[in-house]
Ligand binder design. Structure first.
Ligand code: IMP
Ligand code: MG
Length: 180
């Protein structure tokens, strides 16, 4: 797997340090009393980020899963996202924090925000590990952002290409000849 990478953009140690800071930022917003908090991770890209983030969050929380697909198969160009699996838990009246790996065109988060918004949550915020520059429209801003990155196709730490490389501990760029 290692040899498929051209370069590492974010080393795991760097990611871990930032995730710890983000958890502190999030904990400050929601406080330490029972905030009726539900995290809504967007599958599958958010799984590693989610696992690390929630273990740094000293808050009582529920988790409701949603699965959305934006990059079918070996494509590296986003298309209109499709809901593959709707919310696994009730978020009505709860403080919802949507968690995703990356904010790119914003279409995925717009869809998930609509889905959650229809169920009348007490509040709704969004945390993303990565954000690509100048692509997301103003209506899909994230409240918590790990890193702003260049406009590159990246994989690892949950992000995939054709469902591979999610388990790569760093975030990196694949060798050009592997991409379409
Ligand atoms: P958006 O809908 O264009 O904002 O794209 C968001 C979704 O597309 C993310 O949740 C990712 O699953 C996927 N995605 C966007 N950029 C990348 C990338 O560089 N590598 C891998 N997946 C990506
Ligand atoms: Mg995703």
């Amino acid at each position: 797997m290692e040899r498929d990478f051209e370069r590492i953009l974010l080393h795991h140690d760097q990611i871990a340090a930032r995730v710890r800071q983000m958890a502190a930022e999030i904990a400050r917003i929601y406080g330490r009393d029972d905030p009726a908090l539900t995290l809504v991770p967007v599958l599958s890209g958010s799984i590693i980020f989610l696992a690390d983030l929630i273990r740094e969050l000293p808050l009582k929380m529920k988790i409701a899963l949603v699965q959305v697909s934006a990059y079918p198969g070996t494509s590296v160009a986003a298309r209109e996202p499709q809901t593959l699996f709707e919310l696994s838990g009730d978020v009505t009246g709860r403080h919802v924090l949507i968690v995703d790996d990356i904010l790119d065109s914003g279409r995925t988060l717009r869809l998930v925000r609509q889905m959650v918004g229809q169920r009348q949550p007490a509040s709704m915020r969004t945390a993303v590990l990565l954000r690509k520059p100048n692509k997301a429209p103003p209506d899909v801003r994230a409240d918590f952002i790990g890193f702003d990155i260049e406009d590159l196709f990246v994989v690892g730490y949950g992000l995939d290409f054709d469902d591979h490389y999610r388990n790569y501990p760093h975030i990196g760029v694949l060798r050009r000849e592997l991409l379409p």
